[in-house]
Design a protein around this ligand. Structure first.
Ligand SMILES: CC(C)(COP(=O)(O)OP(=O)(O)OC[C@H]1O[C@@H](n2cnc3c(N)ncnc32)[C@H](O)[C@@H]1OP(=O)(O)O)[C@@H](O)C(=O)NCCC(=O)NCCS
Length: 93
C-alpha cells in the first residue's frame, strides 16, 4: 500500500502470502505504518489480499497472529483452532 503525493510515492503498508496455488495460502508480515494505523487501512489491505487469494480459488487461508492482534484478525473472519486444529512448531535443540 502506497501513499502518493504528487510525484512522490511512499510505502505505508505491506503484506505477503505464500500459496500452493491450489487450496492453501498463508498470510505473513501484515503491517501498516504507525502514522496510518487506525484508519481502516489494515482491514482494507487484508481484504485485498483475501480477494486476490480467493480469485485464485484458494479456499484455506491461514496466518500466525501475535497475541495483541488476534481481535484484528477475528474481525476479518479468522477463527482460532477451527475444529480443534492446533498450530504446531518445531525448533532445533
Ligand atoms: C495490526 C495492524 C496491521 C492493523 O492495521 P490498522 O490499519 O491499524 O487497522 P484498521 O484501522 O484497519 O482496523 C480494522 C479493525 O480492527 C481493529 N483493530 C485494529 N488493530 C487492533 C488490535 N491490535 N486489536 C484489536 N482490534 C484491532 C480496529 O479497531 C478496527 O475495528 P472496526 O472495524 O470495528 O472499526 C497495524 O496495527 C500494524 O501494522 N501493527 C503492527 C504490526 C503487527 O502487529 N502486525 C501483525 C503481526 S501478526
Amino acid at each position: 500500500m502506497w501513499e502518493q503525493r504528487g510525484a512522490s510515492k511512499r510505502l505505508i503498508g505491506f503484506s505477503r502470502a505464500t500459496s500452493d496455488h491450489a487450496f492453501n495460502a498463508t498470510i505473513w508480515d501484515v503491517v501498516v505504518h504507525p502514522d496510518f494505523q487506525s484508519k481502516g487501512l489494515g482491514k482494507a489491505l487484508m481484504r485485498q489480499v483475501i480477494k486476490k487469494l480467493r480469485s485464485e480459488d484458494i479456499s484455506n487461508i491461514t496466518l500466525f497472529a501475535d497475541p495483541q492482534v488476534v481481535e484484528f484478525y477475528r474481525g476479518l473472519g479468522f477463527m482460532q483452532d477451527p475444529e480443534g486444529i492446533k498450530g504446531m512448531f518445531w525448533y532445533p535443540d
